[in-house]
Design a protein around this ligand. Structure first.
Ligand SMILES: Cc1cc2nc3c(=O)[nH]c(=O)nc-3n(C[C@H](O)[C@H](O)[C@H](O)COP(=O)(O)O)c2cc1C
Length: 336
């Protein structure tokens, strides 16, 4: 089992274990990342950041570059369709941020991004991948990685060519989500393709898609040979998924699920950090979706979810979650 948990490196940056938090827009800011990091993640990715936002020094974009030093190692993901601005943004991240790794998004499937010739659009064109990645790699000192999907659609599965193009261009690692662009988030992730892509390159590959349990992570490593396992949706409202996976890969042991009280305590810690990061008004609103994720699976949560959606202040929000934690404990000690 210990072999399942071995450390790995990306361009000289060492990850203590193979468990990686996926980049998730609107989710993976410093408040969430730090909380997940404390549950043992080997590497955390920040949410994708627009190259143009960085180049134009857009205030909201610049706020997204904030990294707490306790988050290290951290990969900061940028996206863009223009070589010039992508390179300029990467240089800014290289010189003026504390990120350890610069990641380039070439997996985002949404139309708004595709229309800008960014994200998954590149999956149709290995030459473009080579050109863009080379330009960034030669302009920065930090290691550069890419996150891609296996292809555009079933007729355009260029995963192997794309992975090789990224490697030839100097990418230090590749993360692969085992879906095509047209699948969006539907269907299942194709781990066979992840294996093929892993076998086609010599740089570290991080596998991603449909890892819902610690056992899934072990299975992905065994079936595909990937160096890291990236977890996205299963970590929403559930940093224990990260901890349980690290422990499972280390020892084969499955740690018990948290109690409602434990869940609410971590939700409140995450919330406190979000208030510090974004101020009370924004944090209360952004935390509503997170709270719903933390509450998932706890019996009798419907009324509290409704109440939280109406909460306007940090005090109100905190009191609701504290009240619910006590109530949930009284009904069933570990009803999760
Ligand atoms: C809410 C949300 C936001 C996402 N944002 C990003 C992003 O900013 N960059 C990126 O490369 N992938 C993004 N993804 C894709 C995830 O990183 C991951 O590839 C995908 O969710 C599959 O992994 P999973 O099955 O573990 O969730 C996002 C996914 C979700 C659910």
């Amino acid at each position: 089992m210990a072999e399942l948990n071995r450390p790995f490196e990306i361009g000289g940056i060492r990850m203590d274990n193979r468990v990686v938090l996926a980049p998730m827009a609107g989710v993976c800011n410093s408040a969430f990342r730090l909380t997940v990091k404390e549950f043992g993640a080997g590497l955390v990715y920040a949410e994708m950041i627009s190259d143009k936002g960085i180049v134009q020094r857009n205030e909201k974009t610049m706020d997204m570059l904030y990294i707490d030093e306790r988050e290290y190692p951290l990969s900061l993901q940028i996206f863009g369709g223009d070589k010039e601005t992508l390179v300029e943004a990467a240089q800014y991240v290289d010189k003026s941020s504390n990120a350890d790794i610069i990641d380039i998004n070439m997996g985002c499937p949404v139309n708004k991004i595709i229309r800008c010739e960014a994200g998954a659009k590149w999956l149709l064109d290995p030459d473009k991948i080579h050109e863009m990645v080379s330009a960034v790699v030669s302009a920065v000192d930090k290691p550069v990685s890419v996150k891609m999907r296996i292809g555009w659609d079933e007729e355009h599965l260029l995963g192997v060519e794309n992975a090789r193009a990224a490697e030839a261009a100097g990418a230090a690692a590749i993360a692969v989500h085992g879906r095509t662009r047209v699948q969006m988030y539907e269907g299942t992730a194709n781990w066979d393709w992840i294996r093929k892509m892993k076998e086609s390159v010599n740089i570290p590959v991080i596998g991603n898609g449909d890892v819902e349990t610690p056992q899934d992570a072990g299975r992905m490593i065994a079936e595909t040979g990937v160096d890291g396992v990236m977890i996205g949706r299963a970590a929403l409202g559930d940093p224990w998924m990260i901890y349980r996976t690290v422990k499972y890969l280390e020892t084969g042991e499955l740690i018990a699920q948290p109690t409602p009280r434990e869940k609410m305590d971590v939700c409140l810690l995450h919330f406190k950090r979000l208030v510090q990061l974004k101020g009370e008004f924004v944090a209360v609103r952004e935390m509503r979706k997170h709270a719903a994720w933390y509450l998932k699976g706890i019996r009798g949560n419907a009324h509290i979810r409704k109440a939280i959606n109406g909460a306007e202040s940090a005090g109100e929000f905190t009191a609701l979650l504290n009240g619910f934690a006590d109530e949930a404990r009284a009904i069933e000690p570990s009803a999760v």
